[in-house]
Design a protein around this ligand. Sequence first.
Ligand code: IDP
Length: 149
Amino acid sequence: MEQTYIMIKPDAVQRGLIGEIVARIEKRGLKISAMKMGFMEEDKAKEHYKEHVERPFFGALMEYVTSGPCVSMVVEGKDAISIMRKMNGATNPVDALPGTIRGDFAIETGRNVVHASDSPEAAKREIAIHFSESEIVDYAKIDEVCLYE
Ligand code: IDP
């Protein structure tokens, strides 16, 4: 099973989209192994997005992700990283297909509602930034016998 880091960004929290996004993740069959809400600390935001530090939008991105509370999750399942990236849709919502979270709920890249890790390395790194090991809950879900061959 794979784990991935998911963030419901501050714009989505303000717009009342937490339930909608969590429902999509649950209905798809992925397991929520950790979840918390809070303001992302500036040093964690910088560490999380460090690959973009030289980009012109970095300052705006820091302001955006620390502007209000966000919801952080560890989401688990077979191919969870790839599934969540596809569920989120393209980074620029203009290119995100209808049926994806960004394709249904976002208009601009700088307010694109959700984050999902883009590789196993990124997932490991991002989970470690936002969660301690003791915050990640190890449990079995009864629906696994129906979801997996
Ligand atoms: P991702 O979130 O789909 O993985 P990345 O390219 O890693 O996309 O970019 C990280 C985040 O930085 C985006 O989700 C978006 O919030 C922000 N971002 C990326 N490119 C731009 C831009 O050109 N303008 C404003 N914000 C951007």
